[in-house]
Structure formats: structure tokens, C-alpha cells
Design a protein around this ligand. Structure first.
Ligand SMILES: C[S@@+](CC[C@H](N)C(=O)[O-])C[C@H]1O[C@@H](n2cnc3c(N)ncnc32)[C@H](O)[C@@H]1O
Length: 360
């Protein structure tokens, strides 16, 4: 019988064994940074002849592409099973593995929402000058199935991007400096530690506060650190004890971020009240004038919740669109009114009504 998942906990072991113990539909988001299966042979040398410390770890070795595919299919199948129906998964990889993973994910029924390019301004050069400098990795973002609901904090991400729609190419430096975990000899603890900025975008865009984020290839716990910072829960799986130890230490020192962003305030839906209801509850009245902010235009409230400006009877949306010469507009943002001696937006009355539970 599957057991409850222990939240904010790192399980040590093979992710296939551990995932199989998790109940169905129990996590809100999955971030997976699986082995790349780099297939590098021999030592990578810089132009000055010194050895480059790339990804040559044991955990990245598979006997064949078929072996890698079989492993990928198994962990992705388990991930899909433990994902809630309205959850989502982000998988990261490079040219060596991402196409194979995308193919398997589509076959398993995941529904691709975007592929995001993580563009690295400080990528490692191609030392031999034999190919282009490989300066990006690809992330595949999927819903559980076609037509499934998923969370996307669109406005939060737009806000983060200087009030412009966020694009699918993210320029983020590779993890260096004080963020890079090192051992007592100053050596990198993990060869592929991801930058927190990357996980920040992923977790903030795809979850709500208190959601549970699963990372089946936890490494040094970048996912856990960012989840904690954003007021989300995490569960990690990792085979190597040394990485777990580093991850625990790192996560223990993380503080919750104090910001409106973590509550996704930009994406909170406005209270559902109509003009007619605001009249019924006494916040507005029939015949009352609603004005444009500069008071150049006004229309009076009708009994059915429409407004009339002496010429046209229409909804607040259509009426504001008429004044702005547009085909449609949000009337809640356009109209203002007098309320208790103050000039306020009608939108603010919806929030007031929500606060007071409707009745005045
Ligand atoms: C690409 S790294 C993840 C790095 C991580 N995102 C970070 O920022 O530190 C993949 C990790 O998966 C772990 N791993 C590989 N195969 C595994 C398996 N079958 N079960 C659990 N962990 C595994 C490796 O030890 C490695 O730490």
C-alpha cells in the first residue's frame, strides 16, 4: 500500500524504488533534472592543456541509448502516476538527452505546453573549436494530459519581466560564485548544480503557496532551497549521500522570502460580484453615475446592471470600450464612482464587498 509522502524531506535511494511507494496523484509539480547520458570519452582538455571538470560522474553512465530510454520511460511513468491531474512537470536536458525524453513524454500522454530555452551567457567554451559553443539547455513543460488544467501564474511572470509577457528564452548564468556549493578543498560538490534563478521561474510560474514540488534527481537540492524560499513544500529523491548532506545544510539556511510574489497576488482572480449584486448589497444604486477617471464620460446604472449614457445601453465593458474606441475593454478598471464622499474605482467596491461577505 503506498504510504504518505513525507513533506520537506529527502529520500535516499533509487528514484524508481522510492517513487513506487508514493500514492497516486499526490504532488502538484515535478521538476526533473535526470542524468544527461553525456557519452563523453576520455578527458576534456582546455586550450592550455589543463583538464576540464565536466560531467563524467558514474551516475551519468548508461550502457546504451536503449538502456537510457528504458530507464527514462520507467521514471517518467511513475512521475505521471504520482502527479495530480491538474499538476505539471518540467524536465531539463541538453542535446544528448532532451529529444529522447520529449519523445517518451509525448508517448506517455504528457501534453507539452512549452519548451523553454535556458540560454547561458557564461557557458563553457567549446575548447577544441570543433563545434559551436553549446550555450543552452532545454526545458520541456507539460500538463499531465491533453486538456488537463494546470497552474500558470501568467501575471506574476509578466510582472517579473518588467510588465512584458515573459518569453520562452530565459537568459540565466550558470551557477558560479557564492551560490556554487564547494567542499573544504574548494572543489565543486556537484558537477551539474542548477542556478536558483531557473527554479525560481519554474516554481513561481507553476505553483501556489503550500503546493508540493517533487524532484526525483535532487542532487544538491536546488529545488528544495527555492521551494522553501517561496513558501512551497518539496520532496526530493537522491542516491548519493554526499549530495543529500550538502542539500540538507543548504536548505536549512534558507529563509522564506517576504514578497507579494509568493502569494501570486498578481494572479489572484478578482471577487465575483456583478454590478447588479453591488446594487442589491447597497454599494451602488440604480441611477447612480459611473465616470471615466477624468470625468469626461459618464453613464447611469440601470436596474438590470447595464449602464445608460443617454445614447447607448450596454454592459460596463461594452460602454467603456465605446469611450475608448475599442471592440472590448474591462469596465471594472475603467469606471469610477462616488462612495462615502470619495472618488473610487468600482473595482475597489468588489473587493470591499468580498471583505464584508457581500452585505453592507
Ligand atoms: C543532473 S543531477 C541533478 C542536479 C540538481 N538539479 C542540482 O541542482 O543539484 C542528477 C542527480 O540525479 C542523481 N541520480 C541519478 N540517477 C538516480 C536514480 N536512479 N535515483 C536517484 N537519484 C539518481 C545523481 O546522483 C545526480 O545527483
Amino acid at each position: 500500500m503506498p504510504k504518505e509522502i513525507q513533506k520537506d524531506f529527502i529520500y535516499q535511494g533509487d528514484c524508481l524504488d522510492i517513487l513506487r511507494t508514493f500514492p497516486d496523484k499526490s504532488v502538484d509539480l515535478i521538476f526533473a533534472d535526470p542524468p544527461y547520458n553525456m557519452q563523453t570519452e576520455g578527458e576534456l582538455l582546455r586550450t592550455d592543456g589543463t583538464a576540464f571538470d565536466g560531467v563524467s560522474d558514474k551516475w551519468d553512465k548508461f550502457s546504451s541509448l536503449q538502456d537510457y530510454d528504458a530507464f527514462s520511460k520507467k521514471w517518467l511513468t511513475e512521475c505521471r502516476r504520482v502527479l495530480k491531474n491538474d499538476g505539471a512537470i518540467w524536465v531539463i536536458g541538453s542535446f544528448q538527452n532532451i529529444f529522447r525524453l520529449g519523445y517518451i513524454m509525448q508517448d506517455l500522454g504528457f501534453w507539452i505546453l512549452n519548451d523553454v530555452i535556458w540560454s547561458k551567457p557564461n557557458a563553457v567554451p567549446n575548447f577544441g573549436g570543433t563545434r559551436f559553443q553549446n550555450s543552452h539547455e532545454t526545458l520541456i513543460w507539460c500538463a499531465k494530459s491533453k486538456g488537463a488544467k494546470y497552474h500558470f501564474n501568467y501575471k506574476t511572470m509578466k510582472h517579473l519581466n518588467g510588465d512584458k509577457q515573459m518569453k520562452s528564452v530565459w537568459e540565466i548564468g550558470i551557477c558560479i560564485g557564492s551560490e556554487r556549493l564547494k567542499d573544504t578543498d574548494g572543489k565543486k560538490i556537484h558537477s551539474t548544480q542548477k542556478p536558483e534563478h531557473l527554479l525560481y521561474n519554474i516554481i513561481l510560474s507553476s505553483t501556489q503557496k503550500e503546493d508540493l514540488v517533487l524532484d526525483p534527481f535532487f542532487g544538491t537540492g536546488t529545488t528544495g532551497a527555492v521551494a522553501k524560499r517561496l513558501g512551497r513544500h518539496f520532496v526530493g529523491i537522491e542516491r548519493e549521500a554526499a549530495y543529500i548532506e550538502a542539500a540538507k545544510k543548504r536548505i536549512n539556511s534558507v529563509q522564506l522570502e517576504f514578497s507579494d510574489l509568493i502569494d501570486n497576488v498578481f494572479d489572484v482572480k478578482p471577487p465575483r460580484f456583478s454590478i447588479k449584486q453591488l446594487v442589491q448589497f447597497g454599494y451602488l444604486s440604480v441611477g447612480q453615475k459611473l465616470y471615466s477617471k477624468d470625468k469626461r464620460y459618464y453613464a447611469e446604472i440601470c436596474e438590470d446592471g447595464d449602464v445608460f449614457d443617454g445614447e447607448t445601453k450596454a454592459s460596463i465593458h461594452k460602454m467603456s470600450a465605446k469611450y475608448l474606441n475599442r471592440s472590448n475593454n474591462n469596465g471594472w478598471d475603467y469606471f469610477w464612482c462616488e462612495y462615502n464622499g470619495e472618488f473610487v474605482t468600482i473595482d475597489s467596491l468588489r473587493y470591499l464587498a468580498k471583505e464584508k461577505g457581500g452585505v453592507l
